[in-house]
Design a protein around this ligand. Structure first.
Ligand SMILES: [Zn+2]
Length: 106
């Protein structure tokens, strides 16, 4: 499935991922952009963004999309997430979070 010349998408499976500073807690099932296998994958640019915003792994795991790339080989069924989509997901999650915190305080 993988063609010479680079990644098919941003997902990297456990075998292809070269970063060892990312917990498997933030991996999700997807199609690897390098070898094309379906497995637990990481999108390290995405996780770096979340970390830069101060989100803990557990928060990422439970609240945010962990992959931008496809999660099944049937690409037509799958919307690849853009940075815009990710921005929306963060905004929605964060707003919900602020609202929940306010409700707690009342
Ligand atoms: Zn792979």
């Amino acid at each position: 499935m993988a063609e010479p010349g680079g990644l098919q998408n941003q997902n990297l499976c456990e075998k292809c991922n070269y970063r060892n500073d990312i917990s498997t807690d933030v991996f999700d099932t997807g199609v690897c952009g390098l070898c094309g296998q379906i497995g637990e994958c990481v999108d390290s640019d995405l996780i770096d963004l979340y970390r830069g915003l101060g989100f803990e792994d557990q928060f990422i795991f439970s609240k945010l999309p962990r992959l931008r790339g496809p999660r099944t080989p049937i690409v037509e069924l799958e919307k690849t997430l853009s940075w815009f989509d990710i921005g929306e997901a963060i905004a929605n999650t964060t707003v919900i979070n602020i609202r929940k915190k306010r409700e707690h305080n009342n």
